[in-house]
Design a protein around this ligand. Structure first.
Ligand SMILES: [Zn+2]
Length: 319
């Protein structure tokens, strides 16, 4: 068929340039029902309108043709065919070949266009063209201890529905047959990686919600959400008590007896502390503000050093 850029197909269908394919289909069906020749006793006017509507839908209902049409209209290259001459007599592209379509019996598997049903029959209860929301997804994610305490991002890889890249979510190819990539389902399963933000001080088993990071919908329906349950990994040396972080630090008997300086590992840095002389196992040293961030806050708890005198660290006498 020849695309006429003289005609405003959007105006003919009463839609606008930003209308979704699903809305265009819906509008087309309403108009086609109204102006169908069979229901208008062969009225010349209705027949002409019906042809116009069908021609408009033939273009706007197809993502590729619509794009070409939009480009031609924008560029103002009048009278140029959007299709190669070889396609002009292609029967599947002929918008006026209604006889073929109306006499088709039985549903065509997976077909998404309005003609999958006998023309203008009662709507099925579940409208296959109705926009539906994508799936909400729920996962558990292991979060390193320090990331949970101080916040950060971790890459998370998961599978979800995405809009079919081949048919751009229309479910059909240029010939209005089911898209081979998605089998007309408009979407395909794809593995994606999302950098998820872990808020500082997040509690174990807390569920984070990431709106619109779930599966793609159908017929222009909205994306689902992603829900991630935080599972904080155990740390070999640190333990969280509310916003404080406790750490058991082994010291030699000599250091415990005489006192002195000792470098220790904090959450994200090292620091040097002073061990008092006469320190006993179980005694604590508190470093204010070096613990975990308080949930949803900026203040940090304390880092609590618990000393343990380790006989294995006793210095062996030389000789
Ligand atoms: Zn597809």
């Amino acid at each position: 068929m020849k695309v006429s850029i003289e005609k405003d197909y959007y105006k003919i269908l009463g839609v606008n340039k930003s209308s979704k394919v699903s809305d265009i289909k819906k509008r087309y069906r309403e108009l086609a029902r109204k102006h169908h020749p069979d229901t208008n006793q062969g009225s010349q006017k209705s027949e002409e309108q019906f042809k116009q509507i069908s021609e408009a839908y033939e273009v706007l209902g197809n993502a590729k043709k619509r794009k070409e049409y939009d480009q031609l209209r924008t560029n103002g290259r009048r009278g140029r065919s959007a299709h190669s001459p070889g396609n002009r007599n292609e029967p599947y592209n002929d918008p006026f070949d209604f006889g073929r379509q109306y006499t088709r019996q039985g549903p065509r598997e997976n077909r998404q266009d309005p003609f999958s049903q006998p023309p203008f029959a009662d709507e099925p209860v579940m409208d296959p063209d109705m926009p539906t929301r994508g799936f909400d997804l729920q996962f558990m994610v292991d979060v390193p201890f320090v990331v949970a305490a101080l916040g950060g991002t971790i890459p998370y890889t998961y599978d979800k529905h995405v809009t079919c890249p081949e048919c751009k979510g229309s479910g059909v190819n240029d010939f209005e047959d089911p898209c081979t990539e998605c089998q007309g389902k408009q979407r395909v399963v794809k593995t994606v990686t999302l950098d998820i933000d872990i808020p500082s001080g997040v509690a174990d088993q807390y569920t984070l919600k990431f709106p619109r990071q779930g599966g793609s919908g159908r017929n222009g329906g909205p994306l689902g959400d992603l829900m991630v349950k935080v599972c904080i990994e155990k740390h070999p040396h640190f333990k969280k008590v509310k916003s404080d972080v406790h750490s058991v630090v082994a010291i030699s008997p000599e250091l415990a007896e005489k006192g002195g300086l000792l470098e220790i590992q904090l959450l994200d840095s090292k620091t040097t502390i002073h061990v008092e002389d006469g320190t006993l196992t179980g005694e604590e040293l508190r470093i204010p503000g070096a613990g975990s961030t308080q949930p949803w806050g900026k203040k940090r708890g304390d880092f609590v050093v618990k000393f343990r005198i380790d006989e294995n660290l006793r210095k062996k006498r030389a000789g």
